[in-house]
Ligand binder design. Structure first.
Ligand code: ZN
Length: 101
């Protein structure tokens, strides 16, 4: 397969380490691009997953832990946990917006 040299624009084999016309290093540039691209994608996927896990954790607290505290008479603790969970939820939404928006 032929590719275009990024330096002089002539057609070069993609198997060539460098451009035969100008000596521009083709392989090294491509390898560097691939190495740079993949960890970035992984980081985004990992942060996305951890945000989702945190969101689920906070919703479990809001929907299950707070009612349990309220029913057992721990009204003050229940309100405190509810407020903290809601604030956590808001910060996660800001974090998701910051990463992907
Ligand atoms: Zn060239």
């Amino acid at each position: 397969m032929l590719i275009k040299c990024g330096e002089c624009g002539s057609s070069v084999s993609d198997q060539a380490a460098s451009c035969p016309k100008c000596g521009f290093p083709l392989r090294r540039v491509r390898a560097a691009t691939i190495v740079q691209a993949s960890p970035e994608v992984q980081t985004i996927e990992q942060t996305g997953k951890s945000y989702k896990a945190l969101k689920v954790a906070f919703w479990v607290i809001i929907l299950f832990v707070c009612p349990i505290l309220f029913f057992n008479g721990f009204i003050g603790s229940g309100i405190l946990v509810l407020i903290l969970a809601v604030i956590g939820e808001i910060f996660i939404n800001i974090g998701i917006w910051w990463d992907h928006g």
